[in-house]
Write a new protein. Sequence first.
Length: 541
Amino acid sequence: MQQRTPGERAGTGSHPSIFGETPGSRWAGVAPTLAGVSRSYTVRTYGCQMNVHDSERMAGLLEGAGYARAEDPDTADVVVFNTCAVRENADNKLYGNLGHLRPRKVANPDMQIAVGGCLAQKDRETITRRAPWVDVVFGTHNVHALPTLLDRARHNEAAQVEIAESLEVFPSTLPARRESAYAGWVSISVGCNNTCTFCIVPSLRGKERDRRPGDVLAEVSALAADGVLEVTLLGQNVNAYGSEFGGEAGRGAFAKLLRSCGDVEGLERVRFTSPHPRDFTSDVIAAMAQTPNVCPQLHMPLQSGSDDVLRRMRRSYRSSRFLRILAEVRESIPHAAISTDIIVGFPGETERDFADTLDVVREARFAQAFTFQYSTRPGTPAAEMDGQLPKEVVQERYERLVALQEEISWQENRAQEGREVELLVSSGEGRKDGATRRLTGRARDGRLVHFAPGTTTGIRPGDVVTVVIDRGAPHHLVADGGVLTHRRTRAGDAAEAGTRPAGAPTTAPTTLGLPVFGRPADEPEPATGCGVPATTSGGSR
Ligand code: SF4
């Protein structure tokens, strides 16, 4: 079912007539150009990797409709906000950003502002009430409607708010404007059937919908055929994949999918994010261990080490089960880098509960943890729970947890010293590379490595090098001894030429996708809740 606000009715628009013409006289059925020049767009993304994925779809849809990417985002004719509802104060930040755009909109009524994503799905017409200069509000289930809604807003000279209650088009069937020549997202499912009490995402993203394995593999193969070396399988709860199919088709579907990715020619690295401990079965671990192109990396959200807190979070595993999974993974994949998400200060968390979390962290020896201070998210069951903790208690526990994890991460990274690693050279991940004359890449286990090229020249993003690690820092590794081998790749050629894969629709972020080891300093902190850890916020399973 779709909701349309009164703003859609002709004449009730939230901003004045832009052109002084009768509604529709200018835009009906014409391409989005002014004086023959394509209108430009920019998409601002907040939130998890699911949003990064959706943003690339939005960009692809807009380009398919004749818009051009703005050279300067500050002068774009269309500004799209792809929002996140997970972070605390997400709405304040959105309205602040919309407020900053208001003078531009007043000065240039041709400009259009669209708001999509989880916050739009949640707040709907509240957005056009609070920011009546917004032209379009669309939800997580009807991303494909964006160009039509922009047209209709121009035509009707009225704000358009359209929210679908369930998925209308699987996002991966939409065109995408890919950002990377060497790494690509492939969505395998959307939505989640779990009901974690701190998470608003199920109500915004809906029940899990699984994409057919043949479609997933066709997209993976198309990317590999275009030279993409790394694919990240994406879903809110990837290892529940197949639950929608039921029967034999659903049994072990995620493990089978991983194994099938192993047969895709040219595909060198397969990652996935994120699994849920409840569904993480031995067949998945075996598939990871036995499929050479599946990377030795696992993001396994713990959330709390206290069984009482896990119960109140409605997380169906217990700490002992969690640790058993890790032990099994390490037995099968000895060098696996395992990361996690942890929430500190969940309602009712006692000092004893918190001590249990510290104990699990000590035992688990995560390569990295995304740690979050619990904060109430309106609309979640946890927001109504008794025992909300004072900020200073949460802060103090948080600092103790961070200190412990930093120490462990550093020890784990120092243990990498002397190892020879293969890196997929990346772009945009080494903020200080210019000053340090280093390049940056990701090891197979996802660790971030800054390396000195030494005498090797012509290394491009998308190429593959091997280096020896000579220093482990808490958040990254350093290899200053030069490059042992350098393999030029088709992805590197494409990156150098500025071309992007043209295969089946998918997305490809500039980062490698999974929770990063040694996240660059300019990469915003992820926030828990859901979605998958990404550029500005992230998640938990
Ligand atoms: S935290 Fe993850 S598993 Fe839990 S409800 Fe949210 S999306 Fe689902």
